[in-house]
Design a protein around this ligand. Structure first.
Ligand SMILES: [Zn+2]
Length: 486
């Protein structure tokens, strides 16, 4: 989870674009007369795909996501070969690679064709293969934005149809998959900002109410990982649904494969987990944590960020809520919960040292560099706010989270998010944010958490947490705000 990098990640997405997308969505609400694009994909065998894409309107720029590395300075675009463009009359027109994963077709491309070579696993990607692609079990996993060359700069809201021509017995798994090897994404960003898997895979389906989740597992993970993950999802999906009072969308997908290191990435309606091979079964609590965290992103992800300034919320609150539910659902015992709460405090201490001079609002500009600050301080804000709000009024923080979930729909910038939480907390949210942003020593945190029943002590990387309430039970002795409501 060290490189865990939240969802959704569109290329060069900024606030202005998100607002423009909303207008486009509103405009499209009346219905789309035509799909935005159609992709016909043929698997040629031997790690090679042939892709033909047709667009409803011509585009002068098409691209894939761009994550450069030393071995691949042009990132994912280096796996795209033999790209051709055609104008609206079907006549071939010039197309040339520019930079940052983009090709330029000055005359306008109504159709493109290209080959995709699956050589992605030759490279160590900065944010993990889970954000790019990886072959496993005789088939393939991809992030949509590594595979589908298409327009990024416009605001695609009409659906995109995809059809695969692949060997008998292959399945297509994606949140937008429909039947067989065909699917229809809600929009270009739904296609780009989700993962998909195509191969000889068994699809594991889990349903909770209106929510359906389809997962694919690397055959290597069949024995030790799959039962753990499916069992946890059976607990977490209804728990999260109950907590937030609903589900953000109907169809999700998850992808699980073995890799050189463990990691996880969440997209808008899907997430991918990679497990270090050979498996180290001592890692099980880490799988649980990453799964709870990435699954939580499916809910917290409805709070769309307008810019980088609420990254502490996106990651920190997600991690705090994941830990809270792991405890509530019995995946963490008292000792495990104390350790995890201690980790939040330690990360905050480390983050303040490693990101000196960086405000929490600005930390999101360089997420990788400010990882400890974002995750630690964000989770600490959630913990203190929950403790203080719940001491004033039991369940107040949880109710605020459910209200935030219900009110989502417009992107949030810092002011909008803090104002929302202030309105639900008598102005506590901004005060807690400012205090944590300025930096809190363990003893300061102790002073704030003691009224809620938590004791804190420590220095830098060492934190000790105690449950201070009278508890004669041998377990489940955490303060009430961390417990499952009866
Ligand atoms: Zn995350």
């Amino acid at each position: 989870m060290t490189a865990e990098n939240a969802a959704p990640k569109a290329k060069e997405k900024d606030g202005a674009m998100l607002v423009a997308e909303l207008f486009a969505a509103a405009a499209a609400a009346g219905g789309c007369e035509q799909d935005f694009a159609t992709y016909d994909v043929v698997y040629l065998g031997d790690r090679l795909f042939q892709v033909e894409a047709a667009f409803a309107a011509p585009h002068t720029t098409v691209g894939v996501n761009h994550q450069p590395s030393d071995d691949r300075p042009e990132g994912q675009s280096e796996s795209i070969r033999k790209i051709k463009a055609f104008d609206s009359a079907g006549v071939e027109t010039a197309i040339a690679y520019k930079e940052y994963g983009d090709w330029s077709a000055l005359e306008g491309a109504s159709r493109i064709s290209y080959q995709l070579v699956v050589d992605h696993d030759e490279v160590k990607w900065r944010h993990g293969a889970d954000e790019v692609g990886h072959p496993f079990g005789g088939g393939y996993y991809f992030a949509g934005h590594a595979f589908f060359v298409g327009p990024y700069s416009e605001d695609p809201t009409c659906p995109v149809s995809v059809t695969f021509d692949a060997p008998v017995g292959w399945t297509l798994t994606a949140p937008w998959a429909a039947d067989g090897l065909s699917g229809r994404a809600l929009s270009m960003s739904d296609l780009h900002d989700n993962g998909f898997a195509v191969g000889p895979f068994e699809k594991v389906e889990q349903k909770v109410g209106a929510l359906s989740l389809t997962s694919v597992y690397d055959p290597k993970l069949e024995k030790d990982v799959r039962p753990v993950i499916t069992g946890m999802l059976n607990d977490l999906l209804p728990a999260y649904t109950g907590y937030f009072g609903g589900q953000p969308a109907a169809a999700y997908s998850t992808f699980h494969f073995s890799y050189a290191n463990s990691d996880g990435s969440a997209f808008a309606r899907s997430f991918a987990l990679q497990y270090e091979w050979p498996l180290n079964l001592t890692e099980k609590p880490i799988w649980s944590h990453v799964l709870a965290h990435e699954t939580m992103h499916l809910w917290t992800g409805v709070v769309e960020r307008a810019d980088h300034e609420i990254e502490w919320f996106i990651e920190g609150f997600t991690d705090y809520l994941a830990v809270k539910h792991l405890y509530r659902e019995g995946y963490l015992d008292d000792e495990g919960l104390r350790r995890q709460l201690g980790v939040f405090v330690s990360r905050h201490q480390l983050g303040k040292r490693m990101s000196q001079g960086t405000s929490l609002r600005d930390a999101g500009l360089a997420k990788g560099d400010n990882w400890f600050l974002i995750y630690g301080s964000g989770a600490l804000i959630a913990l203190i706010l929950d403790a203080e709000q719940s001491t004033a009024e039991p369940g107040a923080f949880d109710a605020m989270m459910a209200d935030l979930f219900a009110a989502a729909g417009e992107p949030y910038d810092f002011e909008r998010l803090i104002s929302f939480m202030d309105n639900h907390s008598d102005g506590r949210a901004r005060e807690v944010f400012d205090a944590v942003d300025a930096g809190l020593r363990p003893n300061d945190i102790n002073t704030r958490l003691v009224p809620a029943g938590l004791g804190v002590a420590g220095y830098v990387d060492q934190t000790y947490i105690s449950f201070n309430g009278k508890c004669r039970k041998r377990r489940r002795c955490a303060p009430p705000f961390l417990q499952k409501p009866r």
